[in-house]
Design a protein around this ligand. Structure first.
Ligand SMILES: [Zn+2]
Length: 84
């Protein structure tokens, strides 16, 4: 039995990152904000896929960069779906 090594893209987000809106969900999207008056000084927001989609439009004017790693979901499904 041989297992071919799978190459995963390097992930920034992992299981310790939780959505800022619903802390139960793992965050797959990191939004880096440009500093603007009234925004939290951290400038980093973590979102699950659901909330990333929900807030993307509202945050768009403040976004500096978005790290979207929802591909990890696809990888997970592929792993979980492996039938022995
Ligand atoms: Zn969420």
């Amino acid at each position: 039995m041989s297992i071919a090594p799978t190459e995963h893209p390097v992930a920034t987000l992992n299981a310790t990152h939780r959505c800022d809106r619903c802390s139960n969900s793992r965050a797959y999207v990191l939004v880096l904000l440009r500093w603007s008056p009234g925004l939290p000084s951290s400038g980093e927001l973590y979102f699950c896929v659901h909330h990333a989609d929900q807030y993307a439009e509202a945050l768009a004017p403040y976004v500096s960069m978005i790290i979207d790693e929802r591909w990890q979901l696809t990888e997970g499904i592929r792993d979980d779906g492996h039938v022995h």
